[in-house]
Design a protein around this ligand. Sequence first.
Ligand code: FNR
Length: 417
Amino acid sequence: AEVYRAGVLGRRPTIPSDLAELERRARRAMSPKAWAYVAGGAGNGATMRSNRAAFERRQLVPRMAAGHRQRDLSTTLLGQRLPSPLLLAPIGAAGLVRRGSDLMVARAAARLGTPYIVSNQGCSPMEDVARAMGGTPWWFQLYWSTDEDLVDSMLQRAEASGAAAVVVTVDTTMLGWRPRDLDLGSLPFSQGVGIAQYTSDPRFRQIVAERVDVAAAAGRDRDVEVTIGAVRSLLSISREHPGSWRDNLRSPVPRAAVETFLDIYSNPGLAWDHLATLPERTRLPVVVKGVLHPDDARRAVDLGAAGVVVSNHGGRQVDGAIASLDALAAVRSAVGGQTAVVLDSGVRSGADVVKALALGADAVALGRPYVYGLALDGQSGVRDVVANVVAELDLTLGLCGVGSVAEVGPDLLADAG
Ligand code: FNR
């Protein structure tokens, strides 16, 4: 109501409510490399386009005069009451967009009471993000490392710093084919951005130190020099500079740490057996992110997952993959009503949220749009982008004759197929 009223009163917001305009302005505010990384997708962008087309193809059939003066947007997810069915998706290497990005996002999320899924490829240690979240729930997103001790270390840190869930992303065992980044030579980690969860991790430091020993034993003096430099820098990373350590470190030191990171950050051999070990390794509820096939969703639930995120990673992994909205209904029927189902990839408006709910999602996660808000106006930018989506969700429900999120069902869609 606040957002809308400001518009009626003629106030021009810093953050445009028109999404195309938001993108245009964000593009101008971002470096070409940051823009390519955030806006880009896999291959020729077919899945990114499908994500949008799937929302646009669906039509709502509003019902009139339902008598709901106010709407109840709240919902329960993994046993926690949320103000709206919206979460912030994990975004790695957001430090490319702004220094201190993850803390800005966390503060905006905390102000709104919107849960934030903190990326394994974050730019601030999760402990710092946790503090910025205050009492608002946050989930930790894990990429399964080739080093099992690092997996345990990350899980322990997430538990110790108060994560409400662990989200295991299964669609990025390798980075997708991203022509825009490749052509600019700017895959983000090449710049040492997005490795703060690692450099703040005791097990990661140990791995780097072990590399020193191996190089020394082999008499590779140059490697020893480089790796020792990396260890020193890791140990001296200043908490006041969480955004990027480019400024702290000089070449070739980052290279050694970045190479260590590239070797271990994700496991191309990830199998369901790995996921089966989670219940004995963490007491946090597990959410599996990146499922599109109903059998995979069922498999995840059989192995103890409390939820799944139906996602194609915003069209950044398999070009030509099914739109996540098109995969949603089958996943919901495969897992039944007890499993938390979150949808992401292509959500751009309140009306989109209603469509996802109608097809069986309990909540949606927002990705790129809040990064554009971040680029334009930092913490306030993130807040405004999310507030706009929530405001439109509220209006859309009201105008569709629906009194609450819980009431949204497939009957609201013109054709549920
Ligand atoms: C992502 N995504 C992502 N997912 C994840 O599990 N861990 C991560 O570190 C990242 N990093 C990341 C960076 C950037 C720049 C983008 C755009 C996306 C995927 C993200 O969580 C989510 O699935 C998509 O962004 C949702 O699609 P939309 O809303 O961007 O279309």
